[in-house]
Design a protein around this ligand. Sequence first.
Ligand SMILES: Cc1cc2nc3c(=O)[nH]c(=O)nc-3n(C[C@H](O)[C@H](O)[C@H](O)COP(=O)(O)OP(=O)(O)OC[C@H]3O[C@@H](n4cnc5c(N)ncnc54)[C@H](O)[C@@H]3O)c2cc1C
Length: 581
Amino acid sequence: MQTHKYDVIIVGAGGAGMRAALESSGRARTAVLTKLYPTRSHTGAAQGGMCAALANVEDDNWEWHTFDTVKGGDYLVDQDAAEVMCKEAIDAVLDLEKMGLPFNRTPAGRIDQRRFGGHTRNHGEAPVRRSCYAADRTGHMILQTLYQNCVKQGVEFFNEFYVLDLLMTPRADGVEVASGVVAYELATGEIHVFNAKAVVLATGGFGKVFKTTSNAHTLTGDGMGVVWRKGLPLEDMEFFQFHPTGLAGLGILLSEAARGEGAILRNSEGERFMERYAPTIKDLAPRDIVARSMANEVREGRGAGPHKDYVLLDLTHLPREQIDAKLPDITEFARTYLGVEPYTEPVPVYPTAHYAMGGVPTNVEAEVLRNNTDVVPGLYAAGEVACVSVHGSNRLGTNSLLDINVFGRRAGIAAAEYAHSAELADLPVNAEAQVIALVERLLTSTGTEKVNTIRTELQNTMDRNAQVFRTEESLSEVEADIVKLKDRYDNIAISDKGKRYNSDLLEAVELGFLLDLAQVLVVSARNRKESRGGHAREDYLERDDKNYMKHTMAYRQADGSIALDWKPVVVTRYQPMARKY
Ligand SMILES: Cc1cc2nc3c(=O)[nH]c(=O)nc-3n(C[C@H](O)[C@H](O)[C@H](O)COP(=O)(O)OP(=O)(O)OC[C@H]3O[C@@H](n4cnc5c(N)ncnc54)[C@H](O)[C@@H]3O)c2cc1C
């Protein structure tokens, strides 16, 4: 076992982690721990864009952007946080430009902008061009740009280090502070203890609880899982976004940029059905509304294909030059994975699990909350792992690449400044004990269950019961399934017992996190007896502001059960209204 000492440890090298590292490493001794090589992080898969009210191509301002974010999130957004994000968006884009990011340009040489769902002019009048982009590879460009700047700045990376535990130490006044993390090194099987003054979690989402998902294999919610097992709360976990346009049957994402460039959704009769559901902005309505409308078309028998189980994304009226210049990757996905030629044929699409609105609760300084009001000194979170909450119950497209840059930056600054004023806390006794016990149990188990079987069964029941539409019946069914799967998980065995590159072992650990998080999602969803944003209950069709305009806070109890509480929503300017588009 090795011990390391730093001022700041950042866990995760996606957009949020590396943006934090750029701030922190100039101010304090910083290390970034990441289970993936940095440029393999999921941020690199982001396609469509990052929004900011630059007003480069038409009238726009950050207040319209804030309003759209709040309304898009179905009024569960903390409005102070949305104001911060939308105001700082402009500098966030310009910072990336200065770092060298090759944005698409207007003929006059300014950063070009395109439309995206839910982003409007003057409080919903018409779609506005707010998303800055680099073809349909915006996330790739962001990740590469941040990584190159980290290298230039000499940021220290520990690649393929899996953080499996967070360390907390009681201060003299009894308050527990973050004191480091414990990591497993993939190449050697060695355990490393990192003692630090501040820890920033930037570990991304957990889309792998679902079968049909746009998320990479590695998005298993480790950061949320680690925090959960420490008894810290998770917020709004019932709100998971289903992106309307996954390739049918596969879930691979076709960016909303397609509709931003003018593509149209049609049912089997060729009808542009979104005209009925969102007469003003049609195909550019927020994702929750479009996903439900698509599912509804299929249910009512207007689905396309031999099994009538998907709808069609029509790009055939777009000029080929526009498709080639602005949507090259996603049109290639349609050709490669479905054998469909988007120039001439509509592409089969269906909603796919995409984004976690919930996560580790933080304030706008990215400090992690231990309850509704108090922070955990020295602990920060940013990006998809966190819930600030700027996305409320439904995130608008392009607001995540923005979120990771704005709050990644804030987390990096706050953590480094905190490290200047704080002493390095002692490590808890036997700091590594929990991780060693976890690893040993899996390596020595002679159980009969397999990781792959349990993961597949979890994903199937989540898709069946906790997807676009939910009911008490479906949720209680999946909850019971998860309890049984957790029992069976205690009896899993892995075939690789070795020390080097034991990915079997880590997949088993990741499955443990997935099971925990799926359970929190489902228990939170059962408790919310209303429909809001990404959480649509068929037994409670309406949004119920009187009883449910509040955040869910879930806590793990000592016996493993889940206790639920509420947290008020911060409302500054926008009172909830009916959500018409
Ligand atoms: C296909 C796709 C397209 C998207 N397109 C867009 C878009 O156009 N616009 C937009 O705004 N949003 C988009 N999103 C959403 C957005 O890309 C993500 O929400 C965002 O990039 C998440 O960034 P992050 O830094 O929080 O996490 P990630 O980029 O997922 O990075 C997580 C990091 O944490 C590390 N990590 C995880 N667990 C551990 C552990 N146990 N120990 C150590 N390290 C760990 C990983 O190695 C990785 O470096 C898209 C998402 C997908 C899946």
